[in-house]
Ligand binder design. Structure first.
Ligand SMILES: [Zn+2]
Ligand SMILES: [Zn+2]
Length: 265
């Protein structure tokens, strides 16, 4: 089966360590058939990634990498946009994105009310911390132009140490609202493996969310490592594919100019 990674940051992102060329070389070494770069992007001045991405440079590096490696790997150009639903920035975002000709867009929530999740948690109770995160995700899926929802329950990464993981049943209603909106708008979810590498020990989102999505008729999944350096490319990929198969998914998806391409698993 083909191995693809649909959540990858190079050093074009504020927190990425390796260049696009280094990431591509490692991806080839690891036998990936496709890599999609998803650099951090935000038009919100409160976000750490604001104005960090130099997209002329990013796009020219993608072109160079394609020239060099396209006989060995398919390379795609995407973005991970933070809070793409915020009304006050929507006009700027649409303007910036429209001429970029991207293959793929992840919509992610990294901040609530412009505050980083780790800080947002302070002096709040467990229920509200998780509920507020899911509410923000719900706002995002209702109104933004994205292909998939990034790490849908990422809050557990920050809340785990102080509060533990969330209990699915406590949030089933809002999670179901999110998933129904995802399905009706034709967008998808990612399974993000970075949770396996920290204390949480499971992907974002967890199995119960995936079960519910599948039971509601959801089919569109991408698989991403959320790598910020080349060693972690496609790490946990096999585990995630097996989990998806167990859950009843038949395909994962890749994208070209924002059109879905199914890949049998
Ligand atoms: Zn993210
Ligand atoms: Zn990311």
């Amino acid at each position: 089966m083909e191995v693809v990674d649909y959540h990858v940051h190079s050093n074009n992102s504020f927190d990425g360590k390796n260049s696009i060329e280094e990431m591509c070389r490692k991806a080839i070494e690891k036998n990936l058939s496709e890599i999609c770069f998803t650099e951090h992007f935000s038009v919100d001045p409160r976000d750490v990634s604001y104005r960090v991405l130099d997209y002329e440079k990013y796009f020219s590096e993608i072109i160079k990498a394609k020239e060099k490696f396209s006989d060995r790997i398919r390379i795609k150009c995407g973005m991970e946009i933070g809070e793409p639903h915020l009304k006050q920035y929507q006009e700027d975002l649409v303007k910036e994105i429209e001429n970029m000709n991207l293959d793929f867009i992840i919509g992610s929530v990294h901040n609530i009310d412009g505050i980083k999740l780790r800080l947002y948690m302070q002096n709040k109770n467990k229920y509200d911390i998780y509920y507020d995160y899911f509410s923000e995700i719900y706002e995002m899926v209702k109104s933004s132009d994205i292909d998939i929802v990034g790490h849908m329950d990422l809050m557990k990464r920050y809340a785990y140490e102080a509060h533990g993981n969330y209990t699915f049943d406590d949030y089933k209603e809002i999670i179901e609202k999110i998933l129904k909106e995802v399905i009706s708008r034709g967008i998808g979810l990612e399974i993000n493996g970075s949770g396996y590498s920290n204390k949480v020990g499971e992907p974002y989102p967890g199995k119960k969310v995936l079960d519910l999505y599948r039971n509601l008729g959801g089919e569109v999944m991408t698989v991403g490592s959320d790598s910020h350096f080349c060693e972690s490319l496609a790490i946990h990929n096999i585990k995630m594919i097996n989990l998806l198969k167990e859950t009843g998914f038949k395909y994962i998806f890749t994208y070209e100019k924002r059109k879905k391409i199914p890949l049998k698993i």
